[in-house]
Write a new protein. Sequence first.
Length: 240
Amino acid sequence: MVLKEVLLLAVTRMLGGVCLAGMTADPDPVTGLRWVRPVRDYSHILLGDITTARGELLQPFDVVEFSLIRPQPDPPHSEDWVTDFRRRPRVVRRLEGDRRACFLRSYQDTDPCQVLRTCERSLCLFAPQWIKGCYRLDAYSGQLDARLSFGLDGRRYLGSHAKGGMAVTDLRWRALGRSWLPQDGGWLEFDLGDLEVRLGTREIYLSAGLTRSHQGGYWPIIVGVHTVPQYDAAVDPDNL
Protein backbone atom coordinates (compact mmCIF):
# COMPACT_ATOMS: atom_id res chain seq x y z
CA MET A 1 0.00 0.00 0.00
CA VAL A 2 1.25 3.48 -0.85
CA LEU A 3 -0.11 6.89 0.12
CA LYS A 4 -0.44 8.97 -3.03
CA GLU A 5 -1.73 12.49 -3.65
CA VAL A 6 -4.13 12.61 -6.60
CA LEU A 7 -5.35 15.80 -8.25
CA LEU A 8 -8.95 14.97 -9.14
CA LEU A 9 -10.05 15.72 -12.70
CA ALA A 10 -13.23 13.64 -12.68
CA VAL A 11 -15.92 13.10 -10.05
CA THR A 12 -18.74 11.42 -11.89
CA ARG A 13 -22.03 9.60 -11.78
CA MET A 14 -22.20 5.98 -12.90
CA LEU A 15 -24.72 3.18 -12.65
CA GLY A 16 -24.73 1.93 -9.09
CA GLY A 17 -22.38 4.54 -7.66
CA VAL A 18 -19.78 7.16 -8.50
CA CYS A 19 -16.34 7.20 -10.10
CA LEU A 20 -13.13 9.18 -9.50
CA ALA A 21 -10.05 9.82 -11.62
CA GLY A 22 -7.13 12.19 -11.53
CA MET A 23 -3.40 12.69 -11.93
CA THR A 24 -0.53 11.95 -9.58
CA ALA A 25 2.78 13.83 -9.57
CA ASP A 26 4.45 10.94 -11.44
CA PRO A 27 5.56 11.96 -14.95
CA ASP A 28 4.16 10.34 -18.08
CA PRO A 29 5.53 10.88 -21.61
CA VAL A 30 2.08 11.16 -23.25
CA THR A 31 -0.23 12.61 -20.60
CA GLY A 32 2.36 14.72 -18.79
CA LEU A 33 1.40 13.28 -15.40
CA ARG A 34 0.22 9.77 -14.59
CA TRP A 35 -3.54 9.14 -14.49
CA VAL A 36 -5.02 7.05 -11.66
CA ARG A 37 -8.59 5.80 -11.25
CA PRO A 38 -9.21 4.64 -7.64
CA VAL A 39 -11.51 1.60 -7.58
CA ARG A 40 -12.78 -0.89 -5.04
CA ASP A 41 -11.59 -4.48 -5.20
CA TYR A 42 -15.25 -5.46 -5.56
CA SER A 43 -18.42 -3.41 -6.07
CA HIS A 44 -18.81 0.31 -6.79
CA ILE A 45 -17.53 3.40 -5.04
CA LEU A 46 -20.42 5.03 -3.17
CA LEU A 47 -21.16 8.63 -2.18
CA GLY A 48 -20.03 7.92 1.37
CA ASP A 49 -16.60 6.92 0.04
CA ILE A 50 -16.08 10.36 -1.52
CA THR A 51 -17.45 12.38 1.41
CA THR A 52 -14.94 14.04 3.74
CA ALA A 53 -15.12 14.07 7.52
CA ARG A 54 -16.69 17.55 7.19
CA GLY A 55 -19.50 16.11 5.09
CA GLU A 56 -18.29 17.62 1.80
CA LEU A 57 -18.23 15.71 -1.47
CA LEU A 58 -14.90 15.53 -3.27
CA GLN A 59 -14.75 17.69 -6.39
CA PRO A 60 -12.41 18.28 -9.32
CA PHE A 61 -9.15 20.04 -8.41
CA ASP A 62 -9.16 18.72 -4.88
CA VAL A 63 -5.76 17.17 -4.17
CA VAL A 64 -6.69 14.06 -2.19
CA GLU A 65 -4.51 11.59 -0.32
CA PHE A 66 -5.47 8.02 -1.22
CA SER A 67 -4.18 4.70 0.07
CA LEU A 68 -3.46 2.86 -3.17
CA ILE A 69 -3.16 -0.88 -2.62
CA ARG A 70 -2.22 -2.30 -6.02
CA PRO A 71 -2.67 -1.63 -9.73
CA GLN A 72 -5.55 -3.53 -11.28
CA PRO A 73 -5.42 -2.77 -15.01
CA ASP A 74 -8.47 -3.92 -16.95
CA PRO A 75 -7.58 -2.93 -20.54
CA PRO A 76 -8.32 -0.42 -21.83
CA HIS A 77 -8.83 0.79 -18.25
CA SER A 78 -5.11 0.59 -17.55
CA GLU A 79 -5.30 3.39 -14.94
CA ASP A 80 -7.29 1.41 -12.32
CA TRP A 81 -5.81 1.10 -8.81
CA VAL A 82 -7.49 -0.82 -6.00
CA THR A 83 -7.82 1.70 -3.17
CA ASP A 84 -8.54 1.50 0.56
CA PHE A 85 -11.76 3.44 1.20
CA ARG A 86 -12.12 2.41 4.84
CA ARG A 87 -11.16 5.90 6.07
CA ARG A 88 -12.62 9.22 4.99
CA PRO A 89 -10.76 10.87 2.10
CA ARG A 90 -8.43 13.70 3.14
CA VAL A 91 -8.19 16.82 0.97
CA VAL A 92 -4.60 18.03 1.23
CA ARG A 93 -5.13 21.23 -0.75
CA ARG A 94 -7.08 22.59 -3.68
CA LEU A 95 -5.96 24.07 -7.00
CA GLU A 96 -7.74 27.32 -7.72
CA GLY A 97 -7.46 30.50 -9.77
CA ASP A 98 -4.30 30.99 -11.81
CA ARG A 99 -2.74 27.72 -10.58
CA ARG A 100 -5.75 25.78 -11.82
CA ALA A 101 -5.71 27.54 -15.21
CA CYS A 102 -1.94 26.98 -15.55
CA PHE A 103 -2.35 23.28 -14.80
CA LEU A 104 -5.02 22.86 -17.49
CA ARG A 105 -2.88 24.61 -20.09
CA SER A 106 0.22 22.62 -19.15
CA TYR A 107 -1.04 19.03 -18.92
CA GLN A 108 -3.10 18.41 -22.04
CA ASP A 109 -2.79 14.96 -23.56
CA THR A 110 -0.42 14.71 -26.52
CA ASP A 111 -2.33 11.81 -28.09
CA PRO A 112 -6.01 11.85 -27.02
CA CYS A 113 -6.89 9.64 -30.01
CA GLN A 114 -5.52 6.73 -27.95
CA VAL A 115 -8.63 7.17 -25.81
CA LEU A 116 -11.20 8.70 -28.14
CA ARG A 117 -10.62 6.49 -31.19
CA THR A 118 -8.33 3.49 -30.63
CA CYS A 119 -9.23 2.67 -26.99
CA GLU A 120 -5.62 1.94 -25.98
CA ARG A 121 -6.21 3.54 -22.57
CA SER A 122 -9.18 5.19 -20.93
CA LEU A 123 -8.46 8.74 -19.64
CA CYS A 124 -7.29 11.99 -21.23
CA LEU A 125 -7.43 15.79 -20.82
CA PHE A 126 -7.65 18.18 -23.78
CA ALA A 127 -8.87 21.58 -24.99
CA PRO A 128 -11.55 21.17 -27.72
CA GLN A 129 -11.60 23.56 -30.66
CA TRP A 130 -15.37 23.97 -30.35
CA ILE A 131 -18.21 22.49 -28.35
CA LYS A 132 -21.96 22.12 -28.65
CA GLY A 133 -24.03 20.77 -25.81
CA CYS A 134 -27.48 20.16 -24.44
CA TYR A 135 -29.31 19.43 -21.23
CA ARG A 136 -32.60 17.57 -21.09
CA LEU A 137 -34.66 17.04 -17.94
CA ASP A 138 -37.54 14.58 -17.95
CA ALA A 139 -40.34 15.97 -15.79
CA TYR A 140 -41.88 12.57 -15.01
CA SER A 141 -38.76 10.69 -13.90
CA GLY A 142 -36.59 13.64 -12.86
CA GLN A 143 -33.75 12.16 -14.91
CA LEU A 144 -31.23 14.60 -16.40
CA ASP A 145 -29.38 13.91 -19.64
CA ALA A 146 -26.25 16.02 -20.27
CA ARG A 147 -24.48 15.81 -23.65
CA LEU A 148 -21.51 17.40 -25.43
CA SER A 149 -20.08 17.18 -28.93
CA PHE A 150 -16.77 18.82 -29.84
CA GLY A 151 -13.99 19.27 -32.35
CA LEU A 152 -10.38 18.24 -31.74
CA ASP A 153 -7.40 18.16 -34.11
CA GLY A 154 -9.66 18.68 -37.10
CA ARG A 155 -11.98 15.78 -36.19
CA ARG A 156 -15.63 15.99 -35.14
CA TYR A 157 -16.68 13.96 -32.12
CA LEU A 158 -20.47 13.87 -32.23
CA GLY A 159 -21.30 10.90 -30.01
CA SER A 160 -24.95 9.98 -30.45
CA HIS A 161 -26.32 12.46 -32.98
CA ALA A 162 -29.89 11.57 -32.00
CA LYS A 163 -29.21 12.28 -28.31
CA GLY A 164 -27.10 15.39 -28.84
CA GLY A 165 -23.53 14.20 -28.28
CA MET A 166 -21.46 12.20 -25.81
CA ALA A 167 -22.87 11.58 -22.35
CA VAL A 168 -21.48 13.85 -19.63
CA THR A 169 -21.22 12.23 -16.19
CA ASP A 170 -19.44 15.08 -14.35
CA LEU A 171 -21.46 15.72 -11.15
CA ARG A 172 -20.87 19.50 -11.16
CA TRP A 173 -21.73 19.88 -14.84
CA ARG A 174 -24.93 17.96 -14.33
CA ALA A 175 -25.76 20.11 -11.29
CA LEU A 176 -25.26 23.19 -13.48
CA GLY A 177 -27.82 21.82 -15.94
CA ARG A 178 -30.36 21.25 -13.18
CA SER A 179 -29.92 24.86 -12.08
CA TRP A 180 -30.53 26.10 -15.64
CA LEU A 181 -33.62 24.04 -16.41
CA PRO A 182 -37.09 24.47 -14.88
CA GLN A 183 -38.11 21.80 -12.37
CA ASP A 184 -41.00 20.73 -14.61
CA GLY A 185 -38.53 19.63 -17.27
CA GLY A 186 -37.20 21.03 -20.50
CA TRP A 187 -34.46 21.07 -23.12
CA LEU A 188 -31.57 23.53 -23.53
CA GLU A 189 -28.91 23.75 -26.23
CA PHE A 190 -25.72 25.85 -26.05
CA ASP A 191 -22.27 26.41 -27.56
CA LEU A 192 -19.07 28.01 -26.33
CA GLY A 193 -20.40 31.48 -27.10
CA ASP A 194 -23.42 30.86 -24.89
CA LEU A 195 -21.15 29.69 -22.06
CA GLU A 196 -19.10 32.86 -22.41
CA VAL A 197 -22.26 34.94 -21.96
CA ARG A 198 -23.74 32.91 -19.10
CA LEU A 199 -20.59 31.91 -17.22
CA GLY A 200 -17.87 34.26 -18.44
CA THR A 201 -16.05 31.25 -19.90
CA ARG A 202 -12.81 32.15 -21.68
CA GLU A 203 -11.37 28.63 -22.00
CA ILE A 204 -12.79 25.12 -21.74
CA TYR A 205 -11.07 21.78 -21.18
CA LEU A 206 -12.55 18.30 -21.14
CA SER A 207 -11.58 15.11 -19.37
CA ALA A 208 -12.73 12.11 -21.39
CA GLY A 209 -12.99 8.50 -20.34
CA LEU A 210 -14.17 5.16 -21.67
CA THR A 211 -17.17 3.23 -20.44
CA ARG A 212 -16.77 -0.32 -19.20
CA SER A 213 -17.47 -2.96 -21.82
CA HIS A 214 -20.95 -2.64 -23.30
CA GLN A 215 -22.13 -4.88 -26.13
CA GLY A 216 -18.52 -5.80 -26.79
CA GLY A 217 -17.30 -2.22 -27.11
CA TYR A 218 -16.07 0.79 -25.16
CA TRP A 219 -17.61 4.23 -25.63
CA PRO A 220 -16.06 7.63 -24.90
CA ILE A 221 -17.85 9.84 -22.39
CA ILE A 222 -17.04 13.22 -20.87
CA VAL A 223 -16.06 12.75 -17.23
CA GLY A 224 -14.93 16.31 -16.49
CA VAL A 225 -15.83 19.77 -17.82
CA HIS A 226 -13.35 22.43 -16.69
CA THR A 227 -13.79 26.11 -17.53
CA VAL A 228 -11.60 29.17 -16.99
CA PRO A 229 -12.81 30.86 -14.88
CA GLN A 230 -14.43 27.99 -12.98
CA TYR A 231 -18.22 27.87 -12.98
CA ASP A 232 -20.22 27.53 -9.77
CA ALA A 233 -22.63 24.62 -9.22
CA ALA A 234 -23.87 22.97 -6.03
CA VAL A 235 -24.11 19.17 -6.24
CA ASP A 236 -27.22 17.68 -4.60
CA PRO A 237 -26.37 14.11 -3.49
CA ASP A 238 -30.03 13.17 -3.87
CA ASN A 239 -30.19 14.45 -7.47
CA LEU A 240 -27.11 13.40 -9.39
